[in-house]
Design a protein around this ligand. Structure first.
Ligand code: AMP
Length: 231
């Protein structure tokens, strides 16, 4: 799976009409390599182990196919995403909102520690379809029963190595044990330290592997310069 090859267009990818319209409204023209590689697997319902950094377009790579398969006529979380920080949780929840902009009644919610429970419980009661949160607070809501797992179809571990580094890995594993057995699991990580490999081996079923090499992982929008100095 080379990330150098031509990646085609969004119309080559299996996405719903609402998602195609949103992509057009947002202005994405060409799928990034991780999107071109991962979307067909995810649309088939495969588990996925993605080795990719931020800036590769990984959020759309998982959000677009999962949203294409989401049913907004029923309330309650169908997609649960774990993220290492409050900032990333908010950013990913907003990305889901943006991609789901053409889907009727669609709601995405960020929940994280340090924020009042009242807003989060209200959002959950109102039937958020996508919940993105930090592991500790997601665990609290699962224990309280305010976050229901019966409709969850997909679970995403975003920046898994960061969650490990920040000491959340036991919480992540506890959450993995709570969600229904039939769910699709996606793990994205910039690196694959042994504890992440172990989690992937234990919880992912026949996962597709998508590796976006780090020399191609820098977003084109980031300008890189190198200045040589005389000592
Ligand atoms: P991410 O790696 O998911 O954090 O995305 C990095 C940035 O790339 C975000 O600002 C996205 O909006 C943008 N992006 C993702 N996919 C595409 C695409 N196919 N075309 C243009 N921009 C994109």
């Amino acid at each position: 799976s080379s990330s150098e090859q031509a990646v085609g267009t969004f119309s080559d990818l299996p996405l719903s009409p609402e998602i195609r319209e949103a992509i057009e409204a947002i202005g994405y023209e060409t799928p990034s390599p991780i999107q071109a590689e991962a979307i067909p697997y995810l649309a088939e319902g495969r588990d996925l182990l993605g080795v990719a950094q931020t800036g590769t377009g990984k959020t759309a790579a998982f959000a677009l196919p999962l949203l294409s398969d989401l049913n907004t006529s029923a309330g309650g979380p169908q997609i649960l995403c774990l993220a290492p920080t409050r900032e990333l949780a908010i950013q990913v929840a907003e990305a889901f909102e943006t991609f789901g902009q053409r889907m009727k009644n669609f709601r995405s919610l960020a929940i994280y520690g340090g924020d009042e429970y009242r807003r989060q419980i209200k959002g959950l009661r109102e039937g958020a379809h996508v919940v993105v949160g930090t592991p500790g607070r997601i665990m609290d809501h699962l224990r309280k029963g305010t976050l229901k797992t019966d409709k969850i179809k997909a679970l995403i571990l975003d920046e898994a190595d960061e969650m490990l580094r920040m000491g959340f890995i036991d919480d992540v594993e506890w959450i993995l044990e709570q969600v229904p057995a039939k769910r699709q699991i996606l793990t994205f990580s910039a690196t694959l330290p042994p504890p992440i490999q172990r989690i992937a081996q234990k919880y992912l079923k026949d996962p597709a592997h998508v590796v976006i090499k780090s020399d191609t992982a820098t977003a084109n929008s980031i300008e890189q310069t190198c200045v040589f100095l005389n000592p």
